[in-house]
Design a protein around this ligand. Sequence first.
Ligand SMILES: Cc1cc2nc3c(=O)[nH]c(=O)nc-3n(C[C@H](O)[C@H](O)[C@H](O)COP(=O)(O)OP(=O)(O)OC[C@H]3O[C@@H](n4cnc5c(N)ncnc54)[C@H](O)[C@@H]3O)c2cc1C
Length: 362
Amino acid sequence: MTTNKNAPLASNPTHTDMDMSPDSASESSFSSSHRLVVLGGGEAGLAVLHALNDQSFASDIALIEPSSYHYNQRAWMEVGTQGTKKERTRSDLRPRIPPNVHWIQDRVARIAPDDRRLTVESNQDISYEYLVIALGTTVLWDRIRGLKDNLGTSGICSVYGYEQSERTWEMIRDFPGGRAFFTAPSSPHKGGTAPLQILREAESLWRKTGVREHTDLFFTIGPTEPDGEPEYAKLLNESPSEDLHVFDGYELTEVRPDAQEAVFSVRKGQSSSQDVLRYDLIHVVPPMRPPALLEESGLAHPSGPMKGYLEVDPASLRHKRFPTVFGVGDAVGVEEVKTAQRARKQAKKVAHVLRRAMQEGA
Ligand SMILES: Cc1cc2nc3c(=O)[nH]c(=O)nc-3n(C[C@H](O)[C@H](O)[C@H](O)COP(=O)(O)OP(=O)(O)OC[C@H]3O[C@@H](n4cnc5c(N)ncnc54)[C@H](O)[C@@H]3O)c2cc1C
């Protein structure tokens, strides 16, 4: 755990051997308590903190966020398709945190909602009265065989990571033409239709440079439920591109850098098969999943399309079984697009409901 100079770690620290069983006391060395704890200081967590601040809401609030930086993930698209420097997409987190908030620069490891308590990786226990979960999604680079170790080489790129975004620009800019693939996974992913927007941006550049006429363009979409991601179909119909090959029901499972081959698992109705396609450039949007600790803590949807995501009432964003727990942003299991824009709207709603609940002690 790192102590931030400007932010006291905890307003109310106590040694845990006073109030915990010997077993748990030996596991954790220190504890603190806060009226409200926000987990995750990305777009959603910060938006909640600012919405509460806007309402002149003074209380004992802590933020748990390990990163020293704020990342504007939307801008990775500009890095990858326009050559913006990646450093311009990140900034110091400290000035973005409202001054009345205690920043605990650590990573939450466990949540025990029955006890209204959580543990951070440095082994500190923190108890809360109210909890806001804004932990985003986890990108699974290693779910696609051959991807993680070969990103940035052999025509394989992605703007779905800070480090990878600049190399993506070099590959798109220097592409001489050939077979260019852009993939979208079947799992819920952040950025809405960003996987298709990247294709559009690259295509627009290649038109200007004359590369487009030497390029076969492919867009692959992982198999989704019938009510899955409808936006692609709409966008593709609205602005059809010449010679764009759309492969629906195609989930990328492996990249073979030596042969420049992409392996897809293909689902059409009830039948499934495999297809191996040669590429010269492939932009990959990797699968994503909610943070595992939500499932481990019993706070997640146990089944269904939102399995693993935080189980909240979509109207109030309040947890269905733990009424002092709220959720906002990409980690929340509601059937809405996972964007920063959506997270900011959710944050206003959560701040409103939360403020009332805290005032009424509900
Ligand atoms: C390429 C790309 C393009 C996009 N385009 C758009 C767009 O055009 N428009 C738009 O609105 N949105 C866009 N998005 C989506 C947008 O960035 C996300 O929806 C938004 O960041 C979600 O906010 P969040 O706070 O839920 O998650 P994040 O911003 O990812 O924040 C999650 C935070 O939780 C922290 N965290 C994770 N685990 C722990 C832990 N165990 N303990 C404590 N903290 C933890 C992380 O460090 C992080 O700070 C795009 C995203 C990408 C990648």
